[in-house]
Design a protein around this ligand. Structure first.
Ligand code: GRF
Length: 183
């Protein structure tokens, strides 16, 4: 049975979707923010959790601690789900091609923060979400899967994000299965 580690910084709705749909085990949920609602949710479910505050920490030293926690939980694949930190070489080398991320746009369009606001401002007619492997670029690693949603007249960043989120929750578990099959 595959063991996943899920890294979050906030709400954790993708974490919930993964936990519900993934046949393997979520072996650890780690958050760099102690107050992340997703961390409390995971603890309520009886999933192992770890709050590891990142504020003021040097990036590589912090990532060494994260790797140690993931290894202790015997994690095979790492899923970033609203994890608001760039990864250092320490993480990337520890889990080569074994770290996934979900982003609320059709990459390579609109990487970085406020992707749905960027999509609205540009005036695209379709957007969506992307699950990709993580490398040292910002939202730039090889794409595993995408889902498309229309942008509807009158959409705001929030209404578009909500439409995309519905697809994220279906896409992420599916992309995890694909990544595990590829080994
Ligand atoms: C999602 O929109 C995801 O695409 C982005 O951050 C958000 C996380 O939401 N990377 P949640 O914490 O999974 O609810």
């Amino acid at each position: 049975m595959s063991k996943l580690g899920v890294l979050i910084s906030g709400r954790g709705s993708n974490l919930q979707a993964i936990a519900a749909a993934f046949p393997g085990e979520v072996a650890l949920v780690l958050s760099n923010r102690e107050q992340a609602p997703g961390l409390a949710w995971a603890a309520e479910q009886g999933i192992a959790t770890c709050a590891l505050p990142s504020a003021g920490r040097e990036r590589e030293a912090y990532d060494r601690d994260v790797v140690e926690r993931l290894r202790a939980a015997d994690v095979e694949l790492v899923c970033l789900a609203g994890y608001m930190r760039l990864l250092s070489r320490v993480m990337l080398d520890a889990f080569p091609n074994l770290i996934l991320n979900i982003h609320p746009s059709l990459l390579p369009a609109f990487p970085g923060l406020d992707a749905t606001q960027q999509a609205i401002a540009y005036g695209v007619k379709f957007s969506g979400c992307t699950v990709h492997y993580v490398d040292q670029t910002l939202d730039g690693g090889p794409i595993i899967a995408q889902a498309v949603v229309p942008v509807i007249a009158g959409d705001t960043a929030e209404t578009l994000a909500a439409r995309i989120l519905v697809e994220e929750h279906k896409l992420y578990p599916q992309a995890i299965r694909q990544a595990l099959l590829r080994g």
